[in-house]
Design a protein around this ligand. Sequence first.
Ligand SMILES: [Fe+2]
Ligand SMILES: [Fe+2]
Ligand SMILES: [Fe+2]
Length: 281
Amino acid sequence: MDRNKIIALLNQDLEGEHAAIIQYLTHAYAMGEGEMTCEIEAIAREEMRHLDWLAETIVELGGVPSLERGKMRMGGDSVADWMRNDVLLEEDGINLYQEHIKSIDGPKIKRLLQRILSDEQSHHGDFQHFVDKAQKEGAKDVRGSRTGRVVQTLNWGIEHEYTVILQYLFQSYMTTNEEAKEELQDQAINEMQHLGWLAEKIVDISGNPRIEHTEVDRSTKTADMLQADIKIEQEVAAAYDRAAKETEDPGLKKLLLRIRDHEIYHTEVFSDLLKEEEHQG
Ligand SMILES: [Fe+2]
Ligand SMILES: [Fe+2]
Ligand SMILES: [Fe+2]
């Protein structure tokens, strides 16, 4: 099979992983704290590892990892319905991986897809079990319909965090600077934490987290990437600072200041990397 065809198939798989991560996190946040939530978040983390392996393989083949999200299966009126949708999404993934394992002939890629497939089969069983468990335990959607300024600000934060998660991951795959690669991965993981905290906070105050992103910087030169990252980090550190000063809720204030401090740290890490990159370039 021609290299570009393989890259296209792997990108299709990657888009499926992206969809799974967002679908499962949406469900986990909407269910609030609990054992099932933790297990679903653990599954989402496995999908993140799959996404990472697929992206690295795509880059090794000379391709560019896709930033598109595949088709999600949202909707449903109860937690059991959501879990049924998660079973169906795993079936979508299983079918696709089985097809791709058949059609791709490189042993290394076949082995990787086989490895991912076995995880998806295990997830499929987990979600089937969660359908029953949700019914038995009467698991509920704990989100509320609160709107207003605070929920808006927190959803703005989620949008920002989701955007930079994609941006830093993409850059970490595309850069040839090993130190930048490692830092970008690290900061992306930190942004994932931020996204989780903000989503949990929205649910805590009876709102509905909205997990969407805005435009991702697609610079391919490391210095351009870092410049874009520094700009965005400076902007959001200031925005989190403003939001923290505005709120009367001490818990929320503490959360926003903690995230702000992380964003300041990110600005500094990226500024150091940029200096080194420019020095070497
Ligand atoms: Fe899965
Ligand atoms: Fe962040
Ligand atoms: Fe940041």
